[in-house]
Design a protein around this ligand. Structure first.
Ligand SMILES: NC(=O)c1ccc[n+]([C@@H]2O[C@H](COP(=O)([O-])OP(=O)(O)OC[C@H]3O[C@@H](n4cnc5c(N)ncnc54)[C@H](O)[C@@H]3O)[C@@H](O)[C@H]2O)c1
Length: 342
């Protein structure tokens, strides 16, 4: 049995990772500051983590140090981050504080207290300006947005800690993740969560594009399978966590509409430049956001090579896209129904 810390454990991915590690008999410590996490994510059939989760900000230097000193973690899954892209863009200083400095805080505590491997959740968004597909971990990246630039900076610190201290750190670059517990209700939910919410309330979703852009989607259980396989990895490693197949937003839209029996509702189309219209700050000030950058973000193609994950860790994504969406819809509809009946 290993002692494992999961940061961001009240979020979509962290909560399910914690549950799966616990099911394997590991001693898990969950931590979250609840800035985006939800108590609802902590309740599983066999275990309820609500009373045991530690409420702490990963930027709290003293608190994190004390926790590491007391718990002597073997492994750390550093999942916490400010994840909605427009939130990072509108509050860049806080985004960098959490996503970069917070990561360094976790790396430093891991260094001092002898953690055997830190697994860091990065993102395929670092490839946002790449044009050769599928993107590989060894490709050069050059992101613009605050979220993706911050994740890339944090990756550099992961590598630098390995070089400087001979620690072990594995960077996982997640493609677009979907599955049960996806957030449907935040201001700018991930696309699957947004579509489910709009169909649930009989509204036509607004796609800020033709919907033809292709994305690499990975089902949350497949991601967790790989995340657990890399736990005892050594040295520095960077691994794409992707299906290496693509589906268009329109395809996802129509599957979700069909699964929810809302096929009669047609999604509407709008300008890519209006994508972050719920964040008026980005469109004001002396220098409003570049419409080209916003359009590039909306229309971007993602497709990540997963050969490294397969070859080194014997991993294979298993969940078919439609089956994954069916499970996501079933779970989310149940949760939305329960929420509305309270
Ligand atoms: N979901 C995706 O499609 C996707 C894709 C690529 C990468 N990722 C990365 O995976 C990780 C998990 O993503 P998710 O979708 O579960 O997001 P999420 O927003 O559901 O979870 C992130 C969690 O981190 C917590 N958190 C934020 N700031 C914190 C702080 N200062 N201290 C402690 N906790 C804090 C939040 O409260 C939240 O519970 C993130 O690092 C994200 O960048 C996600």
């Amino acid at each position: 049995m290993s002692k494992i810390l999961i940061t961001g454990a009240a979020g979509f991915i962290g909560s399910q990772l914690a549950y799966n590690l616990w099911k394997k008999g590991e001693e898990v410590t969950l931590l979250d500051d609840f800035s985006y996490g939800k108590e609802d994510n902590l309740m599983f059939d066999e275990i309820d983590f609500r009373d045991s989760i530690i409420k702490m900000d990963i930027c709290d230097e003293i608190g994190i140090r004390k926790l590491f000193e007391e718990k002597k973690f073997d492994y750390v899954y550093h999942i916490a981050a400010i994840t909605p892209l427009p939130d990072c863009q509108t509050k860049p200083r806080r985004a960098i504080e959490v996503n970069v400095a917070g990561t360094v805080n976790i790396l430093e505590a891991s260094r001092f207290y002898g953690v055997k491997n830190v697994i860091f959740s990065s993102t395929s968004a670092v490839y946002e300006n790449n044009a050769v597909f599928p993107t590989k971990e060894t490709d050069e990246v050059d992101p613009n947005l605050v979220y993706s630039s911050g994740k890339y900076m944090a990756e550099l610190f992961c590598r630098n800690f390995v070089n400087t201290y001979h620690m072990n750190v594995t960077v996982l670059r997640f493609a677009n993740v979907y599955g049960p517990h996806i957030d449907c209700l935040r201001t700018q939910p991930p696309v699957a969560g947004y579509l489910i919410r709009e169909y649930f309330y009989d509204r036509a979703p607004i796609l800020h594009s033709t919907g033809d852009q292709q994305r690499d989607f990975i089902y949350v259980d497949d991601l967790i399978d790989l995340a657990i396989r890399v736990m005892k990895n050594t040295g520095f490693d960077c691994v794409n966590v992707s299906s290496n197949t693509t589906h268009s937003i329109n395809e996802m839209d129509r599957i979700i509409a069909r699964l929810m029996k809302k096929e009669e509702i047609d999604s509407e189309h709008a300008e890519p430049a209006h994508f972050w219209v719920n964040y008026p700050d980005l469109y004001s000030g002396a220098y409003p956001i570049s419409t080209e950058v916003l359009a590039a973000e909306v229309l971007k193609h993602t497709e990540c090579d997963n050969t490294h994950a397969k070859d080194k860790f014997g991993w294979e994504p298993k969940v078919d896209f439609e089956e994954g969406l069916r499970r996501t819809v079933d779970f989310s509809v149940k949760k939305l129904t329960e929420r509305d009946s309270k």
